[in-house]
Ligand binder design. Structure first.
Ligand code: AP5
Length: 214
């Protein structure tokens, strides 16, 4: 299953819920890159300057890391991909990675959320430094400000959730990801999800769409 949609649309939030529901791992290209930046690995050092500008990380930097992650044992029976692929070239690369693993794409979910809501969602997002749990200062606030409900870790704001970078990311998505969405629509894999409403409402819409296309 592939989760697509603009930055802030709720892909990561829903991926965590779907991971529990379907018992297959959530693989997020953004999380993978942020972990590499935090560890200051060669991948992280190369990726950071693109991420800080809200641009896509070039394929020659990213694809090897995605393929390596997909070859780990926990992905053998399936995976929920979040944020990858985003371009036609990445879609082609994924197809050949999955073919080697004997997997296929069942569903591509695309979240529709108006631009002004996306900006509000990203500006208010907070993430736990220790366990990665996600909150929103208005829509899903932690019990204690600045502290994770699950592990008491410190909540932080992502570097790329500053307003000018948010706007750059939205533009990049509109320009670079639209052709891939069109290609998935054409081959009958695209399921469009209304991303407005509570997290449970959005999850139920996804589950209904998945069931309808089984
Ligand atoms: P990435 O981390 O993938 O960011 P993104 O696609 O920009 O998506 P986000 O993580 O911002 O949003 P989301 O849709 O997951 O929303 P979330 O659930 O967090 O990528 C970051 C960067 O890495 C890219 O800019 C690029 O540089 C690089 N990169 C990554 N993948 C790449 C690729 N394939 N190729 C090249 N470069 C790549 O929700 C957002 C907020 O809204 C949260 O606070 C949440 O609590 C809240 N929220 C969620 N659901 C709801 C709801 N229903 N109602 C109200 N609030 C909600």
């Amino acid at each position: 299953m592939i989760l697509m949609g603009p930055p802030g649309a709720g892909k990561g939030t829903q991926a965590k819920l779907l991971e529990q529901r379907f018992q297959v791992p959530h693989v997020s290209s953004g999380d993978l890159l942020r972990a590499a930046v935090k560890r200051k690995t060669p991948l992280g050092k190369q990726a950071k300057r693109f991420m800080d500008r809200g641009e896509l990380v070039p394929d020659e930097i990213l694809l090897g890391a995605i393929e390596e992650r997909l070859h780990q044992d926990d992905c053998a029976n399936g995976v929920i991909l979040d944020g990858f692929p985003r371009t036609l070239a990445q879609g082609t690369a994924l197809k050949s990675m999955l073919a080697k693993m004997g997997l296929r794409i069942d569903h591509v979910l695309s979240f529709n959320v108006p631009r002004e809501d996306l900006v509000k969602r990203m500006s208010g997002r907070r993430t736990c430094r220790d366990c990665g749990a996600m909150y929103h200062i208005i829509f899903d606030p932690p019990l204690n400000p600045g502290m994770c409900n699950k592990c008491n870790g410190e909540l932080y704001q992502r570097d790329d959730d500053q307003e000018d970078t948010i706007l750059a990311r939205l533009d990049v998505h509109e320009r670079q990801t639209a052709p891939l969405l069109a290609a998935y629509r054409e081959c009958g894999l695209l399921r469009e999800v209304d991303g407005i409403g509570s997290q449970d409402q959005v999850l139920n819409r996804i589950l209904n769409l998945v069931q309808a296309h089984e």
